[in-house]
Ligand binder design. Structure first.
Ligand code: CTP
Length: 400
């Protein structure tokens, strides 16, 4: 699982924009390909002033451009495991930050769900200009990866930050991205997150205060370890993490159906969603009018997704959450045994600053052998810790 060379079989879309450093891109293509990656180039009009399609094709890249050569944008966007833009001009960064789609490369960037990695190349004053600083910050906040720029003598004769990283550094960056963090490569993980919404009528329904942050952080941490992650999410405004395939659902029944679509293929299931245990027995097709002084709604039980997954004939490794206001450990252990799951992550609700809707969490890990309490920490950190625990347990369970 881990020993695969990290560039082997990776599909890289290399966007080349108009900077003098574009002349170095055939060397980048050569390095990526010798590591086992497949490379498709998107050559912008500006890029074509500094490197030719012929030079790129000669080192084995398929080349697409704005004149309509090569694969169309949606196909490239879907094909990519990563989009690397090297060199990336200040103008390209501005268009990415604005969400522009005015040429093939920016359209691919907007359409792809793969991570985007930018290797800027520009004059040092352009790099330091507040407009570029703001674009850089906006792109970082959106999860765009940056390699470089380096400092040194520039083509314009000035010295300072703005030099494109060397092809060897860019290739090494990608190797690191896929190499060290690859303990779960090839494993399909399904994660549920957020609250479900159970409709009562077209305007109203029942939900809860789960924000989805814990589940989203877990999906991201699993993807960082190379897992193929399907995130089945209730309604939320959170953005899908990079490299995660997201399916949006509304009700518990929709969530269960979306999860069970992977019943034969998932090897890890994490139930981080706060699934409504009940739904209104009847959903009115019309908006209910206020008539009587009281309103009685009959609820019926929803399927228990976690328990259903744990009961599959060949269940994946299952991780459940237990959110409790009291007797945290006892309730959580009862869920571990009652639902037959492998690991329960128990967290208190109703404590200030942690749990539902918050950025931090305090959890207790419970499996059949032991109980371990962790100090409170940001959800992203807890997610990384949980993924390490999951990796250890999967290794222990793996046939030798
Ligand atoms: N869960 C689920 N489907 C449900 C209810 C819960 O998959 N219909 C999962 C949650 O994603 C979580 C775990 O089960 O991983 C525990 O959920 P929780 O609501 O805390 O427990 P319940 O089993 O519903 O028990 P109770 O509400 O009585 O505490």
């Amino acid at each position: 699982m881990q020993d695969m060379p990290s560039l082997q079989g990776r599909r890289v879309v290399l966007g080349i924009t108009g900077g003098i450093a574009a002349y170095k891109t055939p060397e980048l293509v050569r390095r990526l390909r010798s590591g086992g990656a497949e490379v498709r180039v998107v050559l912008s009009r500006g890029g074509a002033r500094f490197v030719t399609a012929e030079a790129l094709a000669a080192v084995g890249a398929d080349v697409a451009d704005d004149a309509g050569h090569g694969m169309p944008h949606i196909d490239l966007a879907r094909w990519a495991d990563i989009v690397v833009i090297a060199p990336a001009t200040a103008h390209l960064m501005a268009r990415l930050a604005a969400g522009a789609a005015d040429d093939l490369l920016t359209t691919v960037c907007l359409a792809t769900e793969a991570p985007v990695c930018v290797a800027p190349a520009m004059n040092r004053a352009m790099w330091q200009n507040p407009a570029t600083r703001a674009n850089h910050a906006a792109l970082l906040a959106r999860g765009v990866l940056f390699v470089g720029p380096g400092e040194g003598l520039q083509a314009c004769g000035e010295s300072g930050p703005g030099r494109m990283s060397e092809p060897a550094e860019i290739a090494a960056f990608l190797e690191r991205l896929w190499g060290e963090a690859g303990a779960l490569r090839g494993l399909l993980a399904v994660v549920t997150a957020g609250a479900t919404y159970e409709a009562l009528d077209p305007a109203r329904g029942f939900t809860n205060r789960s924000s989805g942050k814990m589940g989203y952080a877990l999906a991201a941490a699993l993807a960082d370890e190379g897992a193929s992650v399907v995130l089945v999410s209730g309604p939320t405004t959170l953005a899908a993490p990079p490299r995660v395939q997201r399916t949006m659902v509304i009700s518990a029944i929709e969530m269960r159906d979306a999860v069970l679509a992977y019943r034969d293929t998932m090897r890890l299931f994490v139930g981080a969603a706060a699934v409504a245990d009940y739904r209104p027995e009847a959903v009115s097709p019309r908006k209910l009018k206020k008539e009587a002084d009281t309103l009685t709604v009959t609820f019926v039980r929803n399927p228990d997704i976690l328990a259903e997954v744990a009961r599959l004939a060949h269940p994946p490794f299952t991780v459940g959450f237990a959110a409790e206001t009291e007797d945290l450990e006892a309730h959580a252990r009862a869920k571990l045994e009652g639902k037959g799951v492998d690991l329960i992550v128990a967290n208190p609700i109703g404590e200030a600053g942690v749990g539902f809707g918050e950025d931090r969490n305090r959890v207790i890990l419970i499996d059949k052998d032991r109980t371990v309490a962790w100090a409170d920490a940001p959800k992203t950190e807890i997610a990384r810790g949980l993924v390490r625990e999951i990796i250890t347990r999967l290794r222990r369970n793996a046939p030798s």
